[in-house]
Design a protein around this ligand. Structure first.
Ligand SMILES: *Cc1c(COP(=O)(O)O)cnc(C)c1O
Length: 385
């Protein structure tokens, strides 16, 4: 649609064209989802909008989920001009779906898209479209603790050219799939520290959710799994960056008996996880602003962003200071880490049977309560309707 002004049109949720599916798909049962991870069945509908340099953003559509056609010369295929997000909708006690700090996902998608020079979009308008999509596909949001609807917004470059030039055309869409708890049971993860490759590097793109950060990790993920581990620990020299696609945390006992809750700083090599930020601020809030479930008010938590190295980890283990080690992210929420294979060494952390340690258990319980609408905290949980 041509706009009157010379400016290309911004994304505008009020212009949405809704075409509902005439036949609805069967929704996977909780038993189907219990097998772990995502069902891979996409919901009935998706959001779709396109950008071209003359008209700007098209009127967005909500329409049946299905394939679209792209030119083989599209920029996304040649030069990976792709950015994405991962977020979830949860059903609250009122039966209504809610999102968790979704404005953070929108801002991060806009930043990631900007990193590969894709056109800007209004993040508030995209959020309105996502809320409308989730409301339409509400029957797909599984209503059980630890279950959710995984939402994947994506933007790709569609300029048809083999020249290495910015893509001045784009396609933006949002698709959803129901998911059960990421891991079948809480089981401490076994990590394999990659010593012949890095995931991210200073001046690189590790802090963005763009496709090129993920494809090149899959070979190492495959090898780690073939050797019986769950995923890689990504290092930079002997510095810890991330565990798979999750942020890394360690809890240490201090000389005064208080606990440090530490994670590496956002130095450009770390994906700024929304779960990470939430864990840090919940740890800071205990016990003065909220008492975490199952943790004593006497237990003082000091959260901090601090570089962590493998030799430090070993030294802290020898000193008996390590309380627990865990990883966090939207998909897994909070998961314990049991051991790290690092070169010839196998570094083993304290574990608590097939359970989380005291701090990660408290943080996981509270974040699930906030996400699923049982505990109100700083407007983090946002109803879709
Ligand atoms: C998405 C992602 C995370 C977790 O971010 P959340 O916002 O908490 O889901 C952590 N590390 C990497 C590499 C990621 O891609």
């Amino acid at each position: 649609m041509a706009s009157n002004s010379s400016q290309p049109a911004d994304l505008d949720a009020s212009k949405v064209i809704v075409t509902l599916a005439t036949e609805l798909k069967p929704v996977p049962s909780l038993a189907d989802l219990a097998s772990g991870g995502m069902s891979q069945a996409m919901t009935d509908h998706m959001v779709l909008a396109s950008y071209d340099p003359v008209n700007g953003w098209s009127a967005p559509e909500i329409k049946p989920y299905g394939p679209f056609t792209l030119m083989p010369a599209s920029s996304c295929f040649q030069y990976a001009t792709n950015a994405f997000e991962g977020m979830k909708a949860y059903v609250g006690p009122d039966g209504e779906p809610r999102l968790f700090r979704p404005e953070k996902n929108m801002a991060r998608l806009a930043r990631s898209a900007g990193r590969v020079a894709l056109p800007p979009f209004n993040p508030d308008e995209l959020l309105k479209l996502i809320k409308q999509l989730v409301t339409i596909d509400k029957r797909w949001v599984p209503a059980a603790k630890g279950h959710s609807l995984y939402i994947r917004p994506m933007i790709i470059g569609t300029r048809s050219t083999l020249n290495l030039s910015i893509s001045d055309s784009a396609l933006l869409w949002v698709m959803c799939t129901p998911c059960g708890p990421y891991f079948r049971s809480v089981r401490p993860l076994s990590l394999f520290a990659a010593t012949d490759a890095v995931r991210a590097w200073p001046g690189g793109t590790g802090e963005h959710k763009i496709a090129t950060n993920y494809g090149p990790t899959l070979k190492h993920h495959q090898s780690a799994q073939a050797a019986g581990h769950d995923m890689n620990l990504w290092l930079l020299g002997d510095k810890i960056t991330e565990a798979g696609v999750m942020n890394f945390f360690i809890v240490l006992r201090r000389d005064d008996g208080d606990l440090d809750v530490l994670t590496p700083p956002l130095d450009g090599t770390i994906l700024p996880g929304i779960t990470r930020a939430s864990i840090l601020s919940m740890a800071t809030a205990h016990p003065s602003r909220m008492v975490l479930p199952g943790l004593s008010e006497e237990t003082r938590l000091h959260s901090a962003e601090r570089a962590l190295t493998m030799p430090e980890l070993e030294a802290w283990l020898v000193e008996g200071r390590v309380v627990e080690v865990f990883a966090v992210g939207t998909a897994v929420v909070v998961s314990p880490i049991g051991c790290i294979a690092w070169g010839e060494k196998n570094i083993v952390f304290p574990t608590f049977g097939n359970a989380l340690g005291p701090v990660s258990k408290a943080l996981r319980e509270r974040i699930l309560d906030i996400q699923e609408g049982r505990f109100e905290w700083e407007g983090w949980s946002v109803p879709c309707a």
